[in-house]
Design a protein around this ligand. Structure first.
Ligand code: DLL
Length: 452
Protein backbone atom coordinates (compact mmCIF):
# COMPACT_ATOMS: atom_id res chain seq x y z
CA UNK A 1 0.00 0.00 0.00
CA UNK A 2 1.23 3.52 -0.76
CA UNK A 3 0.42 5.62 2.29
CA UNK A 4 1.01 9.06 0.81
CA UNK A 5 0.83 8.82 -2.98
CA UNK A 6 1.21 12.56 -3.47
CA UNK A 7 4.60 12.70 -1.77
CA UNK A 8 5.93 9.22 -2.49
CA UNK A 9 5.19 9.20 -6.21
CA UNK A 10 6.04 12.78 -7.14
CA UNK A 11 7.63 13.65 -10.46
CA UNK A 12 11.37 13.94 -9.91
CA UNK A 13 11.43 17.57 -11.17
CA UNK A 14 8.71 18.51 -8.69
CA UNK A 15 10.55 16.75 -5.90
CA UNK A 16 13.75 18.63 -6.76
CA UNK A 17 11.90 21.94 -6.67
CA UNK A 18 10.32 21.14 -3.34
CA UNK A 19 13.67 20.10 -1.90
CA UNK A 20 15.29 23.30 -3.18
CA UNK A 21 12.61 25.49 -1.58
CA UNK A 22 12.82 23.64 1.70
CA UNK A 23 16.61 23.74 1.67
CA UNK A 24 16.66 27.53 1.34
CA UNK A 25 14.24 27.95 4.23
CA UNK A 26 16.19 25.50 6.37
CA UNK A 27 19.56 27.18 5.81
CA UNK A 28 18.20 30.59 6.72
CA UNK A 29 16.40 29.20 9.73
CA UNK A 30 19.40 27.46 11.29
CA UNK A 31 21.69 30.40 10.55
CA UNK A 32 19.31 32.79 12.31
CA UNK A 33 18.40 30.55 15.22
CA UNK A 34 21.31 28.27 16.15
CA UNK A 35 24.60 29.95 17.17
CA UNK A 36 26.49 26.78 16.23
CA UNK A 37 25.38 27.14 12.58
CA UNK A 38 25.92 30.91 12.52
CA UNK A 39 29.50 30.22 13.52
CA UNK A 40 29.96 27.24 11.25
CA UNK A 41 28.66 29.06 8.16
CA UNK A 42 30.62 32.21 8.98
CA UNK A 43 33.81 30.20 9.35
CA UNK A 44 33.17 28.52 6.01
CA UNK A 45 32.50 31.94 4.47
CA UNK A 46 28.97 31.09 3.37
CA UNK A 47 25.87 33.22 3.78
CA UNK A 48 22.37 31.72 3.69
CA UNK A 49 21.47 33.93 0.67
CA UNK A 50 24.15 32.13 -1.36
CA UNK A 51 22.21 28.89 -1.15
CA UNK A 52 19.77 29.33 -4.02
CA UNK A 53 19.90 26.14 -5.99
CA UNK A 54 20.12 22.50 -5.22
CA UNK A 55 23.77 22.32 -6.26
CA UNK A 56 24.69 24.91 -3.64
CA UNK A 57 24.17 22.22 -1.04
CA UNK A 58 27.68 20.92 -1.62
CA UNK A 59 29.09 24.29 -0.51
CA UNK A 60 27.69 23.88 2.97
CA UNK A 61 29.88 22.43 5.73
CA UNK A 62 29.18 19.01 7.26
CA UNK A 63 27.93 18.37 10.76
CA UNK A 64 29.10 15.34 12.71
CA UNK A 65 28.32 13.30 15.74
CA UNK A 66 30.89 15.13 17.87
CA UNK A 67 29.15 18.47 17.17
CA UNK A 68 26.06 16.98 18.78
CA UNK A 69 28.10 15.83 21.77
CA UNK A 70 29.80 19.22 22.12
CA UNK A 71 26.42 20.97 22.14
CA UNK A 72 24.92 18.54 24.67
CA UNK A 73 22.16 18.64 25.71
CA UNK A 74 20.11 21.25 23.82
CA UNK A 75 22.66 23.49 22.07
CA UNK A 76 21.55 22.52 18.56
CA UNK A 77 17.84 23.00 19.15
CA UNK A 78 16.33 25.60 16.84
CA UNK A 79 13.23 26.15 18.96
CA UNK A 80 12.84 27.05 22.63
CA UNK A 81 12.36 24.05 24.90
CA UNK A 82 8.79 25.23 25.45
CA UNK A 83 7.96 24.13 21.91
CA UNK A 84 9.69 20.78 22.29
CA UNK A 85 7.19 18.05 23.15
CA UNK A 86 9.53 15.02 23.12
CA UNK A 87 13.19 14.34 23.84
CA UNK A 88 14.99 11.17 22.77
CA UNK A 89 18.64 10.30 23.21
CA UNK A 90 21.00 7.72 21.85
CA UNK A 91 22.87 5.71 24.42
CA UNK A 92 26.31 6.53 23.04
CA UNK A 93 29.07 4.04 23.65
CA UNK A 94 31.33 6.69 25.14
CA UNK A 95 30.47 9.50 27.50
CA UNK A 96 27.35 11.60 27.19
CA UNK A 97 24.46 10.59 24.96
CA UNK A 98 23.32 12.70 22.03
CA UNK A 99 19.99 14.40 22.58
CA UNK A 100 17.33 15.06 19.97
CA UNK A 101 14.13 17.07 20.33
CA UNK A 102 10.79 17.12 18.50
CA UNK A 103 8.07 19.74 18.24
CA UNK A 104 4.47 18.69 17.79
CA UNK A 105 4.90 19.07 14.01
CA UNK A 106 8.08 16.98 14.09
CA UNK A 107 6.22 14.18 15.86
CA UNK A 108 3.46 14.34 13.24
CA UNK A 109 6.01 14.22 10.41
CA UNK A 110 7.80 11.29 12.06
CA UNK A 111 4.52 9.38 12.42
CA UNK A 112 3.85 10.11 8.75
CA UNK A 113 7.23 8.79 7.51
CA UNK A 114 6.96 5.73 9.74
CA UNK A 115 3.47 5.09 8.40
CA UNK A 116 4.89 5.31 4.86
CA UNK A 117 7.56 2.79 5.83
CA UNK A 118 5.25 0.30 7.48
CA UNK A 119 2.63 0.63 4.74
CA UNK A 120 5.33 0.07 2.14
CA UNK A 121 6.31 -3.10 3.95
CA UNK A 122 2.71 -4.26 3.61
CA UNK A 123 0.93 -3.00 6.74
CA UNK A 124 -2.73 -1.94 6.50
CA UNK A 125 -5.43 -1.01 8.99
CA UNK A 126 -6.38 -4.70 9.13
CA UNK A 127 -3.05 -5.65 10.67
CA UNK A 128 -1.98 -6.42 14.21
CA UNK A 129 1.47 -4.88 14.69
CA UNK A 130 3.72 -6.13 17.48
CA UNK A 131 6.29 -3.45 18.26
CA UNK A 132 9.22 -5.28 19.85
CA UNK A 133 11.69 -2.43 19.45
CA UNK A 134 12.58 -0.89 22.79
CA UNK A 135 10.34 1.94 24.03
CA UNK A 136 12.13 4.71 25.88
CA UNK A 137 14.93 7.06 24.94
CA UNK A 138 15.63 4.77 21.96
CA UNK A 139 13.50 5.88 19.02
CA UNK A 140 12.60 2.41 17.69
CA UNK A 141 9.55 1.61 19.82
CA UNK A 142 7.72 4.93 19.76
CA UNK A 143 8.61 5.58 16.11
CA UNK A 144 7.13 2.33 14.84
CA UNK A 145 4.22 2.70 17.26
CA UNK A 146 3.08 6.11 16.00
CA UNK A 147 3.49 5.00 12.38
CA UNK A 148 1.41 1.87 12.86
CA UNK A 149 -1.28 3.79 14.74
CA UNK A 150 -1.47 6.39 11.99
CA UNK A 151 -2.14 3.61 9.51
CA UNK A 152 -4.92 2.45 11.80
CA UNK A 153 -3.42 -0.94 12.59
CA UNK A 154 -3.90 -2.51 16.03
CA UNK A 155 -0.64 -1.91 17.86
CA UNK A 156 0.83 -4.12 20.59
CA UNK A 157 3.41 -1.96 22.41
CA UNK A 158 5.26 -4.86 23.99
CA UNK A 159 8.75 -3.32 23.64
CA UNK A 160 11.86 -5.56 23.61
CA UNK A 161 12.74 -8.57 25.83
CA UNK A 162 10.16 -10.98 27.29
CA UNK A 163 10.77 -13.48 24.55
CA UNK A 164 8.27 -16.07 25.72
CA UNK A 165 5.60 -13.44 26.15
CA UNK A 166 6.37 -12.15 22.63
CA UNK A 167 5.54 -15.62 21.34
CA UNK A 168 2.43 -15.94 23.47
CA UNK A 169 1.00 -12.62 22.27
CA UNK A 170 1.90 -13.39 18.68
CA UNK A 171 -0.32 -16.43 18.91
CA UNK A 172 -3.09 -15.08 21.14
CA UNK A 173 -3.46 -11.66 19.50
CA UNK A 174 -2.83 -12.93 15.98
CA UNK A 175 0.15 -10.67 15.23
CA UNK A 176 0.59 -10.15 11.49
CA UNK A 177 3.47 -7.63 11.49
CA UNK A 178 6.52 -7.86 13.74
CA UNK A 179 8.82 -4.87 14.26
CA UNK A 180 12.19 -5.57 15.93
CA UNK A 181 15.88 -5.94 15.23
CA UNK A 182 16.74 -8.82 12.86
CA UNK A 183 18.83 -10.51 15.54
CA UNK A 184 15.92 -10.37 17.97
CA UNK A 185 13.70 -12.00 15.33
CA UNK A 186 16.22 -14.84 15.15
CA UNK A 187 16.40 -15.08 18.91
CA UNK A 188 12.64 -15.29 19.27
CA UNK A 189 12.66 -18.02 16.63
CA UNK A 190 15.29 -19.97 18.62
CA UNK A 191 13.11 -19.77 21.73
CA UNK A 192 10.10 -20.92 19.71
CA UNK A 193 12.10 -24.01 18.70
CA UNK A 194 12.92 -24.75 22.32
CA UNK A 195 9.23 -24.47 23.14
CA UNK A 196 8.46 -26.68 20.15
CA UNK A 197 6.19 -24.07 18.58
CA UNK A 198 5.64 -24.21 14.84
CA UNK A 199 5.95 -20.52 14.00
CA UNK A 200 5.19 -21.11 10.33
CA UNK A 201 1.59 -21.68 11.44
CA UNK A 202 1.42 -18.23 13.12
CA UNK A 203 -0.57 -15.57 11.21
CA UNK A 204 2.59 -13.43 10.96
CA UNK A 205 3.17 -12.22 7.38
CA UNK A 206 5.77 -9.47 7.53
CA UNK A 207 8.72 -8.40 9.65
CA UNK A 208 9.97 -4.80 9.61
CA UNK A 209 13.51 -5.20 10.78
CA UNK A 210 16.27 -2.65 11.26
CA UNK A 211 18.33 -0.60 13.73
CA UNK A 212 21.41 -2.70 13.02
CA UNK A 213 23.26 -4.00 9.96
CA UNK A 214 22.07 -7.27 8.48
CA UNK A 215 22.69 -9.02 5.22
CA UNK A 216 20.69 -10.38 2.32
CA UNK A 217 21.62 -13.87 3.51
CA UNK A 218 20.18 -13.11 6.93
CA UNK A 219 16.99 -11.89 5.28
CA UNK A 220 16.59 -15.24 3.51
CA UNK A 221 17.30 -17.09 6.73
CA UNK A 222 14.65 -15.13 8.66
CA UNK A 223 12.10 -15.39 5.84
CA UNK A 224 12.56 -19.14 5.63
CA UNK A 225 12.46 -19.73 9.38
CA UNK A 226 9.37 -17.60 10.02
CA UNK A 227 7.75 -18.08 6.62
CA UNK A 228 7.28 -14.30 6.23
CA UNK A 229 8.54 -11.41 4.13
CA UNK A 230 11.30 -9.48 5.90
CA UNK A 231 11.70 -5.78 5.02
CA UNK A 232 14.59 -3.55 5.97
CA UNK A 233 13.83 -0.27 7.79
CA UNK A 234 16.53 2.33 8.37
CA UNK A 235 16.88 5.43 10.46
CA UNK A 236 18.91 7.17 13.11
CA UNK A 237 17.87 9.19 16.11
CA UNK A 238 19.83 12.25 14.98
CA UNK A 239 17.71 12.47 11.83
CA UNK A 240 14.36 11.34 13.30
CA UNK A 241 14.53 7.65 14.31
CA UNK A 242 13.10 4.81 12.18
CA UNK A 243 11.28 5.91 9.03
CA UNK A 244 14.11 7.61 7.15
CA UNK A 245 13.81 4.80 4.61
CA UNK A 246 12.26 1.37 4.25
CA UNK A 247 11.92 -1.35 1.63
CA UNK A 248 8.64 -1.97 -0.12
CA UNK A 249 7.37 -5.51 0.15
CA UNK A 250 6.72 -5.74 -3.59
CA UNK A 251 10.30 -5.29 -4.73
CA UNK A 252 12.46 -5.60 -1.59
CA UNK A 253 15.04 -3.88 -3.70
CA UNK A 254 16.45 -0.83 -2.00
CA UNK A 255 14.97 1.29 0.78
CA UNK A 256 12.63 4.13 -0.25
CA UNK A 257 13.83 7.35 1.33
CA UNK A 258 11.38 9.98 2.52
CA UNK A 259 13.49 12.46 0.56
CA UNK A 260 10.90 15.22 0.66
CA UNK A 261 11.97 15.44 4.34
CA UNK A 262 15.49 13.97 4.39
CA UNK A 263 17.78 15.04 1.60
CA UNK A 264 20.43 12.37 0.92
CA UNK A 265 23.92 12.67 -0.53
CA UNK A 266 26.72 10.13 -0.84
CA UNK A 267 30.25 11.30 -0.16
CA UNK A 268 33.72 9.86 -0.20
CA UNK A 269 34.32 9.69 3.54
CA UNK A 270 38.04 10.38 3.14
CA UNK A 271 37.82 13.48 0.94
CA UNK A 272 34.28 14.69 1.65
CA UNK A 273 33.68 14.93 -2.10
CA UNK A 274 30.11 14.26 -3.32
CA UNK A 275 29.95 11.05 -5.36
CA UNK A 276 27.78 10.44 -8.42
CA UNK A 277 24.59 8.41 -8.16
CA UNK A 278 25.22 4.68 -7.88
CA UNK A 279 28.59 4.92 -6.16
CA UNK A 280 29.12 3.50 -2.68
CA UNK A 281 30.07 5.93 0.06
CA UNK A 282 28.99 7.58 3.29
CA UNK A 283 25.39 8.70 3.55
CA UNK A 284 24.96 12.37 4.43
CA UNK A 285 21.49 13.69 5.30
CA UNK A 286 20.04 17.18 5.54
CA UNK A 287 16.70 17.39 7.32
CA UNK A 288 14.46 19.63 5.23
CA UNK A 289 11.43 20.11 7.46
CA UNK A 290 12.40 19.40 11.04
CA UNK A 291 11.69 22.24 13.47
CA UNK A 292 13.29 21.45 16.83
CA UNK A 293 16.44 19.67 15.73
CA UNK A 294 17.32 20.39 12.11
CA UNK A 295 20.62 19.07 10.79
CA UNK A 296 22.61 20.31 7.81
CA UNK A 297 24.69 17.74 5.91
CA UNK A 298 24.90 15.31 8.79
CA UNK A 299 27.49 12.58 8.26
CA UNK A 300 25.72 9.38 9.27
CA UNK A 301 28.82 7.16 9.06
CA UNK A 302 26.63 4.59 7.23
CA UNK A 303 27.77 3.22 3.91
CA UNK A 304 25.33 2.79 1.05
CA UNK A 305 24.56 3.98 -2.48
CA UNK A 306 21.59 5.77 -4.03
CA UNK A 307 19.36 5.24 -7.04
CA UNK A 308 16.69 7.52 -8.49
CA UNK A 309 15.27 4.83 -10.78
CA UNK A 310 11.53 4.47 -10.24
CA UNK A 311 10.52 1.25 -8.47
CA UNK A 312 8.04 -1.37 -9.68
CA UNK A 313 5.85 -0.46 -6.68
CA UNK A 314 5.16 2.97 -8.23
CA UNK A 315 7.17 5.07 -5.81
CA UNK A 316 9.54 7.57 -7.40
CA UNK A 317 11.53 8.66 -4.37
CA UNK A 318 15.24 7.94 -4.04
CA UNK A 319 16.18 4.45 -2.96
CA UNK A 320 19.24 3.50 -0.93
CA UNK A 321 20.89 0.11 -0.82
CA UNK A 322 20.93 -1.80 2.44
CA UNK A 323 23.67 -0.41 4.72
CA UNK A 324 26.82 -2.36 3.97
CA UNK A 325 28.69 -1.16 7.05
CA UNK A 326 29.76 1.93 8.91
CA UNK A 327 32.79 4.05 8.30
CA UNK A 328 33.62 3.57 11.95
CA UNK A 329 32.84 -0.14 12.36
CA UNK A 330 34.96 -0.94 9.39
CA UNK A 331 37.82 -2.94 10.81
CA UNK A 332 41.23 -2.52 9.34
CA UNK A 333 42.99 -5.83 9.74
CA UNK A 334 46.52 -6.11 8.44
CA UNK A 335 45.76 -3.13 6.22
CA UNK A 336 42.64 -4.67 4.74
CA UNK A 337 39.21 -3.07 5.18
CA UNK A 338 36.86 -5.61 6.66
CA UNK A 339 33.14 -5.16 7.23
CA UNK A 340 31.47 -7.57 9.65
CA UNK A 341 28.69 -7.98 7.06
CA UNK A 342 31.16 -9.66 4.69
CA UNK A 343 31.97 -12.31 7.26
CA UNK A 344 28.29 -12.67 8.05
CA UNK A 345 27.44 -13.38 4.42
CA UNK A 346 29.91 -16.30 4.42
CA UNK A 347 28.53 -17.73 7.65
CA UNK A 348 24.98 -17.52 6.40
CA UNK A 349 25.92 -19.42 3.25
CA UNK A 350 27.12 -22.27 5.45
CA UNK A 351 24.20 -24.42 6.66
CA UNK A 352 26.33 -26.29 9.25
CA UNK A 353 26.65 -23.11 11.36
CA UNK A 354 24.06 -20.84 12.98
CA UNK A 355 23.69 -17.09 12.32
CA UNK A 356 25.09 -16.34 15.79
CA UNK A 357 28.66 -15.13 15.74
CA UNK A 358 31.23 -12.77 17.21
CA UNK A 359 34.39 -11.36 15.70
CA UNK A 360 37.27 -11.11 18.14
CA UNK A 361 40.15 -8.93 17.02
CA UNK A 362 43.49 -9.07 18.84
CA UNK A 363 47.02 -7.92 18.20
CA UNK A 364 50.17 -9.90 18.75
CA UNK A 365 53.25 -7.82 18.18
CA UNK A 366 52.47 -5.89 15.01
CA UNK A 367 50.12 -8.52 13.69
CA UNK A 368 46.35 -8.23 13.85
CA UNK A 369 44.33 -11.39 14.15
CA UNK A 370 40.66 -11.96 13.74
CA UNK A 371 38.91 -14.96 15.20
CA UNK A 372 35.41 -15.76 14.01
CA UNK A 373 33.47 -17.43 16.80
CA UNK A 374 30.37 -19.10 15.47
CA UNK A 375 27.87 -21.59 16.80
CA UNK A 376 27.61 -24.89 15.01
CA UNK A 377 24.20 -26.21 14.07
CA UNK A 378 22.64 -28.41 16.78
CA UNK A 379 22.54 -31.50 14.50
CA UNK A 380 26.25 -31.35 13.73
CA UNK A 381 27.07 -30.59 17.35
CA UNK A 382 25.19 -33.68 18.48
CA UNK A 383 26.84 -35.87 15.87
CA UNK A 384 30.38 -34.76 16.73
CA UNK A 385 29.77 -34.84 20.50
CA UNK A 386 28.52 -38.39 20.28
CA UNK A 387 31.46 -39.47 18.16
CA UNK A 388 33.95 -37.96 20.62
CA UNK A 389 32.01 -38.70 23.80
CA UNK A 390 34.51 -41.12 25.27
CA UNK A 391 37.23 -38.52 25.23
CA UNK A 392 37.34 -35.64 27.69
CA UNK A 393 39.87 -33.77 25.65
CA UNK A 394 38.26 -30.82 23.86
CA UNK A 395 40.86 -30.98 21.09
CA UNK A 396 39.48 -34.38 20.10
CA UNK A 397 36.16 -32.66 19.61
CA UNK A 398 37.47 -29.70 17.66
CA UNK A 399 39.74 -31.83 15.53
CA UNK A 400 37.02 -34.17 14.47
CA UNK A 401 37.27 -34.53 10.68
CA UNK A 402 33.90 -32.89 10.01
CA UNK A 403 34.72 -29.79 12.04
CA UNK A 404 38.19 -29.46 10.59
CA UNK A 405 36.78 -29.69 7.06
CA UNK A 406 34.10 -27.10 7.88
CA UNK A 407 36.65 -24.77 9.44
CA UNK A 408 38.83 -24.87 6.34
CA UNK A 409 35.83 -24.29 4.10
CA UNK A 410 34.76 -21.19 6.09
CA UNK A 411 38.33 -19.88 6.22
CA UNK A 412 38.69 -20.30 2.49
CA UNK A 413 35.37 -18.57 1.74
CA UNK A 414 36.26 -15.64 3.99
CA UNK A 415 39.68 -15.37 2.38
CA UNK A 416 38.05 -15.34 -1.07
CA UNK A 417 35.85 -12.42 -0.08
CA UNK A 418 38.05 -10.25 2.13
CA UNK A 419 41.49 -11.50 1.27
CA UNK A 420 42.84 -12.34 4.73
CA UNK A 421 43.28 -15.46 6.82
CA UNK A 422 41.13 -15.56 9.92
CA UNK A 423 40.76 -18.03 12.77
CA UNK A 424 37.49 -19.89 13.17
CA UNK A 425 36.32 -21.21 16.54
CA UNK A 426 33.19 -23.31 16.81
CA UNK A 427 30.95 -22.74 19.79
CA UNK A 428 28.25 -24.88 21.29
CA UNK A 429 24.69 -24.07 20.09
CA UNK A 430 23.13 -21.37 22.28
CA UNK A 431 26.44 -20.29 23.84
CA UNK A 432 26.90 -16.94 22.09
CA UNK A 433 25.08 -14.22 23.96
CA UNK A 434 21.74 -13.30 22.32
CA UNK A 435 20.73 -9.73 21.84
CA UNK A 436 17.36 -8.22 22.60
CA UNK A 437 18.32 -4.94 20.99
CA UNK A 438 21.21 -4.19 18.72
CA UNK A 439 23.71 -7.04 18.45
CA UNK A 440 27.33 -6.41 19.45
CA UNK A 441 29.21 -8.43 16.87
CA UNK A 442 32.74 -7.14 17.22
CA UNK A 443 35.08 -7.31 20.16
CA UNK A 444 38.14 -5.31 19.21
CA UNK A 445 40.79 -5.98 21.87
CA UNK A 446 43.75 -4.59 19.96
CA UNK A 447 44.38 -1.86 22.49
CA UNK A 448 44.34 -4.37 25.31
CA UNK A 449 46.37 -7.09 23.57
CA UNK A 450 50.00 -7.52 24.48
CA UNK A 451 52.33 -5.56 22.26
CA UNK A 452 55.06 -8.14 22.56
O1 DLL B 1 18.48 2.54 15.32
C1 DLL B 1 16.63 3.95 14.69
C2 DLL B 1 15.89 2.76 14.20
C3 DLL B 1 15.02 2.10 15.04
C4 DLL B 1 16.03 2.35 12.88
C5 DLL B 1 14.30 1.01 14.58
C6 DLL B 1 15.31 1.28 12.40
C7 DLL B 1 14.45 0.61 13.25
P1 DLL B 1 20.02 4.84 16.49
O2 DLL B 1 19.94 4.06 17.74
O3 DLL B 1 20.33 6.28 16.56
O4 DLL B 1 18.63 4.78 15.73
O5 DLL B 1 21.05 4.09 15.55
C8 DLL B 1 21.28 4.55 14.25
O6 DLL B 1 21.85 2.30 13.54
O7 DLL B 1 23.31 5.12 11.94
C9 DLL B 1 22.97 2.73 11.53
O8 DLL B 1 24.36 2.60 11.75
C10 DLL B 1 22.22 1.68 12.32
N1 DLL B 1 21.02 1.26 11.59
C11 DLL B 1 19.75 1.65 11.76
N2 DLL B 1 18.93 1.00 10.90
C12 DLL B 1 19.72 0.18 10.16
C13 DLL B 1 19.50 -0.75 9.10
C14 DLL B 1 17.99 3.66 15.28
N3 DLL B 1 18.29 -1.00 8.63
C15 DLL B 1 22.29 3.66 13.56
N4 DLL B 1 20.59 -1.37 8.57
C16 DLL B 1 22.45 4.03 12.11
C17 DLL B 1 21.82 -1.13 9.04
C18 DLL B 1 21.06 0.36 10.60
N5 DLL B 1 22.08 -0.30 10.04
Amino acid sequence: MIFDRENECMRREDLRKLQEERLKTLVKRVYDRVPFYTDLFDKSGIKPEQVRRFDDLARLPFTRKYNLRDEYPFGLFATPLKEVVRIHASSGTTGKPTTVGYTRNDIAMWAEVCARSLAGAGTTDDDVVQVAYGYGLFTGGLGAHYGAELIGASVIPISGSNTQRQLMLMQDFGTTVLCCTPTFALYVWDVAQQLELDVTKFPLKVGVFGAEPWSEAMRHDIERKWNIKACDIYGLSEIIGPGVSCECVEAQSGLHLADDHFLPEIIDSETGEVLPEGEWGELVITTLTKEAFPLVRYRTGDITRLSSEPCVCGRTNTRMDRISGRTDDMLIIRGVNVFPSQVESVLLMTPQVEPHYKLIVTRKGALDNMDVQVEIAPGLYKEVSEATLADDDITVFTEHGKLLGLKHEIQKNIKDIIGINVGVTFKEPGSIERSEGKAQRVLDMRNESSAT
